[in-house]
Design a binder for this molecule. Structure first.
Ligand code: GTP
Ligand code: MG
Length: 304
């Protein structure tokens, strides 16, 4: 990670869903609530460990797009993470979206050849996904993006505001996934999940990003539904997420806060409430926290 402030850019055509993504992560999004088109760029700042960061949400209407490209020094400098959001439900605008990505990418990459690129195939809503043209469209689009980026790092995500965990994961992995600690913690969590009936488990830092996570590769529809309800329960940026147990639609969601060094983190896991579900005991959780603390201490984020 660079020494300077983290700058994360969220770019895409108008109506792609960029502001919805930020608001979901911020816990201020309401499904069916109206969002006005973003005027020029909206910035949100955050702190990740001891580093300051900002997410730039680039309004995608034509006049703004032209403005960014005409004034790259003002808008497109020092971007370390470029997230490009494309609406997979709007196939009539795929070509336009790819063209816009290509223009933006060339400018950003020229200034920062090490820029990390993530493509969010957004509005991949869980219910509409099957039996549609979308998976095939995504495959074809991936090749086009890959071709433009060539030798640089690029990763692809399927995201939807109806699956908030997909958003958490798509923002966290490009930013933190290259830190060895991310894989170490994810492996520990995966093993822990396997030994219990856990379908999702993550370590969250600053209530914003995952420092490691595990979720079933194909999450059950019932789990996605329950997690959306869970998201609504904890939605309110002005409130700290309350630790505790939340039972929703056949799942129990557990939130436990801990701290190590000077950092707070939060362990979040979910399992079905069926009688045969194997839940972790207090002692097993205590051991898990011991290992996580040790790994975060070894990683020592102050040294980034
Ligand atoms: N079905 C579906 N609709 C979504 C999703 N994400 C966002 N939307 C809807 O898409 C519309 C546009 O969302 P915005 O977040 O305002 O889009 P934007 O990319 O910020 O648009 P600009 O600010 O004009 O660039 C809104 O009506 C959202 O409710 C999603 O995952 N699925
Ligand atoms: Mg917007």
């Amino acid at each position: 990670m660079a020494d300077s402030n983290l700058k994360i850019a969220l770019v895409g055509l108008e109506n792609a869903g960029k502001t919805s993504i930020i608001r979901t992560l911020n816990r201020t999004y309401h499904i069916n609530g109206k969002i006005a088109p973003t005027k020029s760029v909206e910035r949100t700042t955050f702190t990740l460990f001891s580093q300051e960061g900002s997410i730039w949400d680039y309004g995608g209407q034509i006049e703004y797009r032209q403005n960014y490209l005409q004034n790259p020094d003002r808008y497109l400098s020092e971007i370390q993470f470029l997230f490009f959001v494309i609406d997979v439900q709007d196939s009539s605008r795929f070509t336009k979206a790819i063209d816009y990505f290509e223009q933006i990418y060339h400018v950003v990459n020229k200034e920062n050849p090490k820029v990390i690129v993530a493509i969010l195939f957004h509005k991949a809503d869980p219910d509409l996904y099957q039996n549609s043209q979308i998976p095939q469209d995504i495959e074809e689009l991936s090749l086009k993006f890959q071709h433009i980026v060539e030798n640089n790092e690029i990763s692809f995500y399927h995201t939807s505001i109806f699956d908030p965990i997909s958003l958490l994961n798509s923002m966290s992995l490009p930013i933190l996934g290259s830190q060895p600690v991310y894989n170490i913690i994810s492996m520990i969590l995966a093993e822990f999940a396997m030994n219990h009936s856990i379908e999702y488990i993550s370590v969250l830092v600053n209530e914003l990003l995952e420092l490691g996570s595990f979720r079933l590769k194909t999450p059950k529809e019932s789990f996605i539904q329950a997690s959306l309800d869970f998201y609504h329960q904890i939605s309110n940026k002005n409130l700290k997420i309350k630790p505790g147990e939340y039972e929703l639609k056949g799942y129990k969601f557990v939130i436990i806060n801990r701290n190590v060094l000077d950092y707070n983190y939060c362990l979040n896991y979910a399992h079905p409430t069926t009688e045969d579900a194997k839940q972790p005991s207090k002692e097993e959780l205590r051991q898990l926290f011991g290992i996580i603390n040790e790994k975060i201490e070894e990683y020592n984020p102050t040294l980034i």
